[in-house]
Design a protein around this ligand. Structure first.
Ligand SMILES: [Zn+2]
Ligand SMILES: [Zn+2]
Length: 97
């Protein structure tokens, strides 16, 4: 014999599982992020000097006993990926005297 109440409860469980599966599948679709011009020192290309290549970023460093001081980043040259717009700009020529 069929019990109508347990039949409805069973249908609801199957339907609920199907909806949950669809939602979790859609959420995992978007995970890709655009590539950033990030140097090996962990700072953006914009923080690096165009000519010398020095990194201008400063970070708070603990010196002990609760004292802190600003320390320049030790990076001297940008090593990250080169953005396309920078790659195609011609190099600046030295002034002709
Ligand atoms: Zn750097
Ligand atoms: Zn840096």
């Amino acid at each position: 014999m069929f019990d109508p109440i347990s039949l409805i409860a069973g249908a609801g469980l199957v339907g609920g599982g199907w909806v949950a599966g669809r939602i979790s599948r859609r959420r995992s679709a978007q995970s890709a992020q655009p590539a950033q011009a990030m140097c090996g020192c962990g700072h953006n290309l914009a923080l690096h000097d165009r000519e010398s290549g020095d990194c201008h970023s400063e970070s708070m460093r603990k010196t002990g006993y609760g004292l802190k001081e600003w320390a320049r980043c030790g990076c001297r040259r940008y090593t990250g990926p080169t953005p396309l717009e920078d790659f195609f700009t011609p190099p600046t020529l030295p002034p002709v005297s």
